[in-house]
Design a binder for this molecule. Structure first.
Ligand code: A2H
Length: 253
């Protein structure tokens, strides 16, 4: 954990009914995977969500209507952030693991894809953010490599019970142009650095540094209502719009 508090945007990714047996008790409520992101302006390009298969999660009652799936640690943090309007003692309605979430279909704000699926990523940390990550393979090297691994390795899909149709139809959606890296910055930088899998931590850290910096300072959106505008100008606007539409909330830790 850093010394500086990190301010994330939690994206409310709605679980689409009918719910699987483990979530049946939640039917009739609005249930969301609560994904923590630093890049709300990239939500157009979501292709899936990530969970840690062995991670512990819970379905927490956030208010009268909403249930959030996230780590207990994050549920507690949220409960103490008054503006989030969650009660101080969040009630866990169902205890879950990442395995229970794999394959859940989601509807996520601003995503060009109508439905996306929940998939396993082995480098998700349960002591950071909410333990749920939304995947934007065009602009996130971690997301790009994890999706690449699942597409390239049938045995990896088999190990985690991932159906082909949750992965194979989902291509990178270009959303931001960076002069130096093009429209699929993560793919370009991972190729340049010869990154082979999601487990190459040091190289991925370098890839993230490069794309994050350039994406913010030099990136231009090429989709959506802010098409043609600079990332640094519209990032706060997109974030406020998501929050006003009740599709996202602020979360810090
Ligand atoms: B970002 P920082 Cl397009 N475990 O969102 C692993 N990674 C996590 C996580 C967790 N528990 N919680 C959040 N993250 C990811 C979008 C994105 C992100 C893009 C490009 C770069 C990027 C789509 N994924 O992050 O360590 C989330 O992925 C690169 C920095 O707190 C979140 O933002 O700095 C970012 O890591 C937070 O990382």
């Amino acid at each position: 954990e850093g010394v500086q508090p990190q301010e994330y945007t939690i994206i409310k990714m709605e679980v689409v009914a009918p719910f699987p047996s483990k979530l049946k008790v939640l039917e009739g409520r609005k249930v969301f995977l609560a994904a923590a992101t630093l890049r709300p302006e990239t939500m157009y390009g979501q292709t899936n969500a990530w969970v840690l298969p062995d991670g512990k999660y819970g379905a927490f009652e956030i208010n009268e209507t909403d249930v959030f799936i996230l780590t207990q640690r994050a549920a507690l943090n949220l409960a103490y952030q008054k503006y989030s309007r969650v009660p101080n003692k969040p009630t866990c309605l169902v205890e879950l693991t990442g395995y229970d979430l794999i394959g859940l279909p989601l509807k996520s704000p601003r995503a060009i894809n109508q439905i996306i699926y929940t998939l396993p990523m082995l480098t998700v940390l349960t002591d950071k953010g909410t333990g749920i990550v939304t995947s934007v393979p065009a602009d996130s090297p971690d997301d790009y490599m994890a999706l690449h691994d699942l597409k390239a390795k049938p045995a990896l899909r088999g190990k985690y019970g991932v159906k082909d149709e949750w992965v194979m139809p989902f291509e990178i959606i270009p959303i931001i142009n960076i002069p130096e890296f093009g429209n699929k910055a993560a793919e370009k930088v991972c190729a340049d650095l010869k990154i082979k899998s999601q487990n190459e931590k040091e190289k991925l850290a370098e890839a993230k540094r490069l794309t994050y910096l350039k994406g913010f300072t030099e990136g231009t959106l090429i989709v959506g209502e802010f098409n043609g505008r600079k990332v640094q100008d519209v990032k706060p606007l997109i974030r406020s719009k998501l929050i006003e539409a009740n599709e996202a909330i602020i979360y810090s830790e």
